[in-house]
Design a protein around this ligand. Structure first.
Ligand SMILES: C[S@@+](CC[C@H](N)C(=O)[O-])C[C@H]1O[C@@H](n2cnc3c(N)ncnc32)[C@H](O)[C@@H]1O
Length: 412
């Protein structure tokens, strides 16, 4: 809580310096990435440990596929190998590598295939970079951390739960059919003499239960013309409807289109095509917070101690890719991708190992994790995989059956 108080103090200061109102995306950026304070930048435990390493209850705030089982990375490695083969390169670049577990699993699997790759990582969190360096120390010079985006790159790019961790803009449709941008104000008195006249406070949060720093509230303003036009082009006017738009993720994809000279990016995340994303029934958007394996939507609770994410609009991702000259090489559910890419063969090899070295507890955990990865009720359907590339021939093996790329080009 002491840490959260420091984060609150910093956020109040940022709001004050900005004249009393911060776009939600800026607030979310600070809450997640402010050096030494943000959720990803301050050394808190975040990613649950792989259960096979620690038999006790799950630690951290949420669990991702690579933290669940190495079989996820082993399967992904088969798709990576195919992309490397097609591009005749040995370079992999992972963004937002978390604990380093996925990098380790992919490196091990590719090694077994005789592919001695150069594994590059670009991680914005200094704290996580340090954890990755410890986790991957045994790979020596095979792993390199980049400070900035490359100017050009050929090979395979990977991002698991990367796009959902990028700050989003929040918008609301007013009763009059106007697009409003939702921002954050302090509940503490701030000097903000020249605020927009037609702002309205739509939601408040109570001062925290400890009675220390006061909380934050949402406040809406007419959206800037560009944001309004983008929202209007993507969905019909639905009074009261609140949602988000991930302009940073789209900009990141357009950058990818500039520096990915030859190769493919495999991006795995939860989300939908646009017509599902802005479905009239999804009136409150997809913003979600994760803390100690609980999920809720109070973004003002415990700043700096909880993760905040939004689902991915995969139509926007596909459009941004095409705008920058990349092709959509495939789009499907995580379950279908893993099954296409060779999960059955990976499981067969695992079963064989278990015959040679039986470990019933580990086996039960592994099969439960695989079930979670592919079950429609868990990660199998909500999570999607999209492949974007240049100079790579489709279909890639992960998308040979049930490629849903066609769904992404439908409009509202
Ligand atoms: C939800 S975590 C996922 C971690 C890991 N990929 C996994 O699946 O366990 C999001 C990660 O993306 C990183 N990240 C967010 N934006 C980034 C960016 N623009 N470039 C590189 N890493 C980024 C975060 O610091 C964090 O490591």
């Amino acid at each position: 809580m002491a840490h959260s108080q420091r984060v609150r103090a910093f956020l109040h200061q940022q709001i004050q310096q900005a004249g009393g109102w911060l776009p939600f995306s800026v607030w979310m950026h600070h809450v997640l990435y402010a050096p030494g304070l943000g959720y990803y930048a301050a050394g808190n435990t975040k990613l649950a440990e792989t259960p096979s390493h620690h038999a006790t209850a799950l630690s951290g705030d949420f669990v991702t596929a690579p933290q669940l089982t190495p079989l996820f990375g082993q399967t992904l490695a088969r798709q990576v190998a195919e992309i490397l083969h097609q591009t005749d390169t040995l370079d992999v670049l992972e963004f937002g590598a978390g604990s380093g577990a996925l990098a380790h699993d992919i490196l091990s699997a590719l090694n077994e295939m005789g592919l001695h790759v150069r594994y590059n990582i670009l991680e914005v969190s200094a704290d996580l970079r340090q954890r990755q360096q410890q986790r991957l120390a045994a790979w020596g010079e095979r792993v390199t951390w980049l400070e900035t985006l490359p100017t050009s790159f050929s090979g395979c790019v990977i991002g698991n739960e990367l796009l959902d961790a990028m700050p989003v803009e929040l918008f609301v449709w007013s009763e009059q059919g106007e697009v409003l941008e939702r921002g954050v104000v302090s509940l503490a008195p701030v000097q903000a003499p020249d605020q927009a006249p037609n702002q309205t406070t739509n939601q408040t949060t109570d001062a925290d239960s400890e009675g220390f720093f006061p909380g934050f509230a949402f406040q809406d303003r007419p959206a800037a013309p560009q944001l309004a036009a983008t929202v209007q082009a993507r969905m019909p006017a639905l009074p009261g409807y609140t949602s988000e738009i991930n302009l940073q993720a789209e900009a990141w994809i357009r950058d990818l289109g500039h520096w990915l000279t030859r190769g493919a990016a495999l991006l795995i995340d939860y989300g939908f095509p646009r017509h599902e994303y802005y479905h009239p029934q999804r009136q409150r958007g997809t913003l979600m917070c994760h803390i100690q394996h609980r999920t809720h939507d109070d973004v003002f609770l415990a700043p700096g101690l909880q993760d905040i994410t939004a689902h991915v609009d995969f139509t926007a991702i596909a459009e941004a890719a095409q705008d920058s000259g990349l092709s959509v090489l495939g789009y499907t559910s995580q379950a279908r991708f893993l099954l296409n890419a060779g999960l059955p063969q990976v499981l067969e090899a695992y079963a064989q190992q278990q015959i040679e070295h039986p470990d019933p507890k580990a086996r039960a955990r592994t099969y439960a994790a695989v079930q979670k990865l592919i079950s429609e009720a868990e990660m199998g359907e909500l999570f999607k995989v999209i492949a974007l590339g240049r100079g790579v021939q489709a279909p890639l093996s992960g998308f040979t059956q049930s490629d849903r790329s066609g769904q992404l080009v439908q409009s509202n």
